[in-house]
Write a protein of this length. Sequence first.
Length: 230
Amino acid sequence: MRDVIPVIRMLSMGSAAEMAETASTFVKQGFKHLKVKLGTDPAVDLERFKAVRSAVGAEVTLTVDFNGAYDAVTAVNVIKSLIPMGLAMVEQPVPGTDLKGMEAVTQAVEPVVLADQGVESSGEVFQVAATNSANAVSIKLLKFGGLQKCMAAARVCEAAGLICHVGGMGTSSLIDAAQAHFISVTPSVVTPSEVGEFEALEGDLVEGLEVVNGNVRVPTGPGLGVNLTV
């Protein structure tokens, strides 16, 4: 379906100034999509997001990840405060076990609400759809347990009308190469995707996957298209 994948780069939590500086660096490297980690305090979240948006300009797509930090009421208030500055997607605003809270947030805000924690199988993807607790789910190779299970989950997403997003973890480019192949052949997966976090890993023993100007090209060699360096 695609051979080039635009990458969402993760922006770790820090002071507003630190996050703005890192975001600016990522944009200079060619990234056009950033995921901003928030969830310590509503006022501080607003300050951080405002600083990042000011640093990167209006053309960069920003999503936020709360990692289940808030209750539904607080999450809705925080999200609504960020919307005027341009917010594309909200990841896990309340704990993964709080499906009613997720549903309340999903019904109350305009941006896409993405379920991550607590969604680790096709059955749990179906549960998200059945309870209307999110618009999208985050599929991760390691979390779901392999390519076949990810593809099964993607089929559930397609049947249920959920957005299928590929999330990332701090791991080797071996895993992200496999995720890139999954993204490349799965029609229901939307991009950009989180397949660039391997760049933060020191001493990666795998080579052959690169992020160039904010994009990953799906490797074309044998197998996953990457090689061990030892």
